[in-house]
Design a protein around this ligand. Structure first.
Ligand SMILES: Nc1ncnc2c1ncn2[C@@H]1O[C@H](COP(=O)(O)OP(=O)(O)O)[C@@H](O)[C@H]1O
Ligand SMILES: [Mg+2]
Length: 357
């Protein structure tokens, strides 16, 4: 990329992308296409459609890498949707297809009820996006970066520009640092400036690719707070992360990716609830307990102090408890922890979560 920009989708060259006509046109749903304006996008979503919906969305890069494999994603309006997966699982590739930055190899993607990339010109002004960290002009102040960015958006009203830039800077907590050169910004400040760019206009949807990447815990908390506030205003937020607890803390819904495929999606509470949490056995006989658990099919056994924890096997846990007692293990405590998204991930993929691409 040779021209710096704060976020990609609003760049003028994206908006000038010629609309495609070779795609199959389905009569009713695509009727709004002819109208070709943002009002149609609004109506499609108001009718209760998902804000993002993909069907069999697939991307194979030229080198042959199957990065996204038959993805069926449904993001409900008003959700804070976590797009979760280890590095290399296909999150950024999916987001780039959703934003019309790259073409799918096959399958379809609809954003705000309209097909992408075909309807990019109508859809993108309603979407704020932060993809793979913001690119900035280091020699310009944060404020001037935003002014310049907004000026490149043909749908942005120049008369309200300065006020909108000031409001966006304030929103992300950069008002005091607005006059500083961007190259003097910390990573967290740069990330927040990128978010401010996504907030220059009212948005129906915010798409944030790993918004807390590289931030310290304080910076991560600030982004989470901001995401909650935005969601409170009714904006649907779609954010990717490779951090499980981040998704659990802020998201109402989540989809889990592994190796380009969708493992599961739904409300966060339901994803975890369908799973058993880790089994915890408290006993002075930890070695024997671990052996019995292993024989009975428990996985991921960890001994710490007088606690043995494991991913429980299928079947009645009462039988497992009885087996421990029969083997002479003095069981002082036996139970399961509340299931987390991580348990769901491990149960669904058979892998730990921290696997890198
Ligand atoms: N431009 C590209 N050309 C070829 N392969 C790519 C390209 N971008 C990403 N990939 C590969 O596609 C897979 C998914 O990558 P990516 O979508 O960036 O995953 P994530 O964002 O979840 O880390 C990885 O194996 C990655 O190496
Ligand atoms: Mg990525």
């Amino acid at each position: 990329m040779d021209e710096p920009s704060v976020t990609e989708p609003g760049r003028p060259e994206r908006l000038e992308r010629p609309e495609r006509s070779e795609r199959p046109v389905r009569a009713s749903a695509e009727g709004a296409e002819v109208a070709g304006d943002a009002v149609a996008a609004e109506e499609a979503v108001a009718a209760g459609d998902a804000v993002i919906a993909t069907r069999a969305l697939t991307k194979r890069y030229r080198g042959g890498q199957l990065a996204v494999d038959g993805l069926d994603l449904t993001v409900p309006a008003g959700s804070v949707f976590g797009f979760l997966g280890p590095n290399g699982s296909g999150k950024t590739t999916t987001i780039r297809m959703l934003m019309g930055l790259i073409e799918p190899t096959s399958g379809t993607a609809r954003v705000l009820g309209r097909p992408m990339p075909r309807a990019a010109r109508a859809v993108l002004p309603r979407v704020g996006a932060l993809i793979e960290g913001p690119a900035l002009y280091g020699f310009l102040s944060g404020r001037d970066n935003l002014l310049r960015y907004d000026a490149a958006d043909p749908t942005a009203d120049p008369r309200t520009r300065r006020a909108r830039v000031a409001a966006a800077l304030d929103r992300v907590g950069l008002a005091a640092a607005a006059g500083k050169k961007a190259k003097a910004y910390s990573l967290g400040m740069k990330q927040r400036l990128g978010l401010a760019a996504a907030l220059l206009q009212p948005r129906r949807l915010l798409v944030l690719d790993e918004p807390t990447n590289g931030l310290d815990p304080q910076g991560m908390r600030e982004i989470r707070t901001l995401v909650r506030e935005l969601a409170g205003d009714g904006t649907t937020v779609f954010l990717s992360s490779h951090l499980l607890d981040e998704i659990e803390q802020v998201c109402t819904h989540a989809a889990v990716m592994a190796r380009g495929r969708l493992i599961t999606q739904g409300p966060v509470a339901e994803l975890a609830a369908g799973r058993r949490g880790r089994l915890v056995v408290t006993t002075p006989d930890t070695g024997d307990a671990a052996r019995v658990l292993k024989e009975r099919g428990a996985a991921g056994i960890v001994i710490a102090g007088d606690r043995v924890t494991a991913q429980p096997p299928d079947g009645d846990l009462a039988d497992l408890n009885a087996a421990l007692v029969a083997a002479g293990v003095r069981v002082r405590g036996f139970g399961t922890e509340r299931a987390s998204l991580e348990d769901a991930f491990v149960a669904l993929t058979g892998e730990g979560f921290d696997v890198a691409g």
